[in-house]
Design a protein. Structure first.
Length: 149
């Protein structure tokens, strides 16, 4: 079995991709979204992190997190989120692993922010990013970072 070495930068910003088991279209179901929201909130109470961006698609999600200073343990957070959703749903909906990327600078952050928010359009779920309900795109439109178009 491969020995994965993950980059850990205490207080860093990370881009993540997390996928459902067998790419099953589970994540946009109302019950799964509610359980996931609760799992994230519970995890953030114990191990805080800031959610900079998020998009939830039927079979995967992408997000940007910033961890607290002196803390680089995002694996514990993902493990807890996955465990709590599995316990609440009575079965696991997750692939075993996730993909991470350390954000290196402002340009890298913006590139990943755009990728996250364009993803529902890329996958053909909507024609415009503003039309996808499960995304922080709306937050960034309100901030003036993006136009609605």
């Amino acid at each position: 079995m491969p020995n994965y070495v993950r980059a850990r930068v205490p207080g860093g910003c990370y881009f993540f991709t997390v996928v459902t088991k067998n790419r099953a279209p589970e994540l946009t179901r109302d019950d799964v979204r509610a359980v996931l929201r609760t799992a994230i909130a519970t995890t953030r109470q114990r191990w805080p992190f800031m959610i900079d961006a998020w998009v939830l698609l039927p079979d995967h999600l992408h997000c940007l997190w910033t961890l607290p200073d002196a803390d680089g343990d995002y694996s514990r957070r993902w493990s807890t989120i996955k465990r709590l959703t599995t316990q609440s749903l009575g079965q696991s909906i997750w692939q075993d692993r996730f993909w991470e990327h350390v954000i290196r600078n402002d340009v890298d952050f913006r590139r990943h922010l755009d990728y996250i928010h364009w993803n529902p359009v890329k996958h053909g779920h909507v024609e415009r990013a503003i039309d996808w309900p499960w995304s922080t795109f709306h937050r960034y439109v309100e901030k003036g970072w993006y136009s609605q178009d």
